[in-house]
Design a protein around this ligand. Structure first.
Ligand code: SF4
Length: 139
């Protein structure tokens, strides 16, 4: 698996899904592919299908309605897939905490490998988080 991880560390393909966010985190993710941040120069590419992805970015809290859909998307991903939770919603629930339809334990839906907190986190924080993931994969 070491060689596989090293290959991944050179080029991570990323698929992005929203739990039930306020959408600010999603807008910050889109910033990553603008010329200002241009993450493709680092080998990080947003892809349109989970079947092509190495990393799954999730934003927002998981509510009862979206949790089964998130689980289904995760199950369709080729393994290993690394799950990175963007924003404070997945870790703490932020303003949605204790809402009537929120799944409090996000990791009961899918395993989460890394949290990048912030409300929303800046693109620089996301790039740093993904760079740390690449570093970890490189061993
Ligand atoms: S972490 Fe903040 S900015 Fe991101 S989806 Fe949640 S409330 Fe919105």
């Amino acid at each position: 698996m070491g060689w596989y991880n090293k290959r991944l560390a050179k080029s991570l393909w990323v698929f992005h899904i929203s739990g039930s966010p306020c959408n600010n985190c999603d807008i910050e993710i889109l910033d990553l592919i603008t010329p200002k941040y241009d993450v493709e120069r680092l080998g990080i590419k947003l892809v349109g299908s989970i079947r092509h992805a190495d990393v799954l970015l999730v934003t927002g809290v998981f509510n009862e309605k979206v949790a089964p859909k998130i689980k289904k998307i995760y199950e369709q991903a080729p393994k290993p897939i690394f799950v990175v939770a963007i924003g404070s919603c997945p870790s703490s629930g932020t303003v949605f905490k204790n809402s009537y339809n929120i799944v409090e334990n996000r990791e009961s839906v899918i395993p989460i490998d890394m949290y990048i907190p912030g409300c929303p986190p800046k693109p620089e924080a996301m790039i740093e988080g993904v760079a740390k993931l690449m570093e970890k994969l490189n061993g």
